[in-house]
Design a protein around this ligand. Structure first.
Ligand code: ADP
Length: 151
């Protein structure tokens, strides 16, 4: 018996969860794809956030559902607009790294009021996207905590 309370045990367990244990596959598009093709990718891949990369395959932007909706309510031809025109761009992208605590990634989602973070690796050319953490990832971790808990 450790003398720890249930909530102390849960909080200890949460602080062992790292991003790489839970990260999901990132869906990536290039800067020059059209808004139309990005919308298609979002449906086909069943994700709510796409990450955009430049010609060096490094992170240059993020596209959310609302970014694409906003671009779609004008009169424009969605095949004629490239995603780099409408994306949220570097350096204003909130990221996480594989060894970060999942709790810290979750806190970033909350404080920045966003749905997803790219998991990135630092290279000479920029940030390479290796994974994705979303609100769904955090929900899965939460459920796992409940199932595994022996409290
Ligand atoms: P939605 O807009 O579909 O509700 P989000 O809340 O994730 O989805 O996105 C809100 C805004 O924040 C969008 O303009 C989006 O481009 C931007 N955004 C999303 N994820 C990130 C991120 N990791 N870093 C910076 N900006 C982001």
């Amino acid at each position: 018996f450790t003398g720890k309370t249930g909530s102390e045990l849960i909080s200890d367990k949460i602080k062992t969860f790292q991003v790489h244990e839970f990260q999901q596959i990132p869906i990536i598009v290039k800067e020059d794809v059209s808004v139309y093709d990005a919308i298609s990718a979002m449906f086909l891949e069943d994700v709510g956030t796409l990450f955009v990369v430049n010609d060096k395959s490094c992170l240059s932007g993020v596209l959310s559902r609302k970014d694409l909706l906003r671009a779609s309510i004008g009169q424009q031809d969605l095949n004629a607009i490239a995603v780099h025109i409408i994306m949220t761009r570097m350096p204003n992208i909130t990221v996480c790294r594989k060894d970060d605590l999942l709790l810290d990634a979750a806190q970033r989602l909350i404080t920045k009021q966003i749905d997803a973070l790219p998991v990135v690796k630092d290279t000479e050319d920029g940030l390479v996207v290796t994974g994705r953490i979303t609100k769904t990832t955090i929900t899965k971790a939460f459920v796992e905590l409940g199932i595994d808990s022996h409290i």
